[in-house]
Design a protein around this ligand. Structure first.
Ligand SMILES: O=C(O)c1ccc[n+]([C@@H]2O[C@H](COP(=O)([O-])O)[C@@H](O)[C@H]2O)c1
Ligand SMILES: Cc1cc2nc[nH]c2cc1C
Length: 334
């Protein structure tokens, strides 16, 4: 399916497949027969039923998880909102390509393929305290990069990001989408000091003053970044292919939030992999109605927290699909 405008992208979200309740019921009946006290696998049982219902398969397997990292540069970095210089984005892309970053290790440990997409790094977005970060055309191009990067054969998707300055962009998106004050949504990102945190809050407040009244996908264009839009495009593509998604930290969830606010239920195929140490991430997860699987005080991004959650979902699915039933094992039911 192609889209050339944000309005067409919104139509795709509205027409996306929904969860298969018949398969969910069948998966629930199977779960009830497995050799364990009812409910004893806790949240793993709920995860397995959710996964089965999205895959249209009451006894699914996870065989080909995909991790995709998107990188983008941000005009607002000129304001001094990050503890690191903007050139680190491109330097880290080279590191991802050489296999030297945390996400390379975590993807491999989780048995996932991993790819990196750098989006116009030599052309940062515009400073959103002055003008929209991206035009509609630029935002649509980034959404398409994400859309096209999803392998249709994958059965579990993680999207992650790298972009110096992108916690400022994510904070502005969240403040615009959910209200409250700039301080509510602005954290220390890579580790800014008190003076830079104050600048960051002011930048977020200025962006929200200018663009906060726009509809959600226009907020993504005006306050977002290319890697943020690309994550949104990939999450939407996964939905169209019935591929469940594990969400990562604050920036990933801000991208996802644009979809949910544009179309209620757009994240029903997503689960939050972790809650990050970025101060506003718990607030964002609450706004999305998401309960994170892990709480490890990570604040790296790169899809790292989501990749760590892959084995949890794998565990849920192998128990659900491969355990013996009471009848098969000759175990007496209580
Ligand atoms: O995922 C998170 O919650 C998270 C929290 C803080 C920082 N990050 C990463 O740090 C970078 C953004 O931080 P900053 O300070 O440059 O806005 C970007 O590359 C993110 O991947 C990521
Ligand atoms: C070194 C470094 C690695 C990162 N990975 C994701 N965001 C990052 C930010 C920095 C600064």
């Amino acid at each position: 399916m192609r889209f050339t405008t944000l309005a067409e992208f919104a139509q795709i979200l509205a027409a996306a497949p929904t969860v298969n309740e018949t398969v969910k019921t069948a998966a629930g009946a199977h779960n009830a027969q497995l050799t364990k006290p009812a409910g004893s696998l806790g949240r793993l049982e709920e995860l397995a039923l959710w996964y089965a219902a999205w895959r249209n398969d009451a006894r699914p397997q996870i065989t080909a998880p995909q991790v995709i990292i998107f990188a983008g540069n941000h005009g607002v970095t000129a304001k001094g909102v990050s503890a690191f210089p903007a050139e680190v984005t491109a330097q880290m892309v080279a590191n991802f390509e050489r296999g030297g970053a945390a996400i390379n290790q975590l993807s491999q440990a989780a048995g996932a393929s991993m790819s990196v997409h750098a989006l116009d790094l030599d052309r940062p977005t515009k400073d959103f305290t002055k003008e929209a970060a991206m035009s509609e055309t630029e935002c649509v191009a980034a959404l398409k990069t994400g859309w096209d990067s999803v392998n249709a054969q994958t059965d579990l998707l993680v999207v992650g990001e790298m972009g110096i300055g992108n916690t400022t962009s994510a904070a502005a998106i969240c403040n615009a989408l959910f209200g409250g004050s700039a301080a509510d949504w602005t954290g220390r990102g890579t580790g800014v000091d008190d003076a830079s945190l104050q600048i960051k809050q002011n930048v977020v407040a200025q962006g929200v003053d200018l663009f906060g009244a726009l509809p959600p996908l226009q907020i993504l264009a005006a306050l977002g970044g290319r890697e943020i839009a690309a994550m949104a495009g990939a999450i939407a593509r996964a939905r169209s292919l019935r591929i469940p998604v594990i969400l990562d930290g604050f920036i990933c969830c801000a991208a996802a939030a644009c979809l949910e606010q544009a179309c209620a239920g757009a994240l029903d195929h997503c689960v939050a992999g972790h809650v990050s140490a970025e101060t506003a991430h718990p607030r964002l997860l609450a706004a999305l109605g998401q309960e994170p699987l892990l709480d490890l005080s990570l604040r790296l991004g790169e899809g790292s927290g989501a990749a760590l959650a892959i084995p949890i979902l794998r565990g849920a699915v192998v128990c659900h699909s491969n355990m013996a039933t009471f009848a098969e094992a000759g175990v007496s039911q209580g």
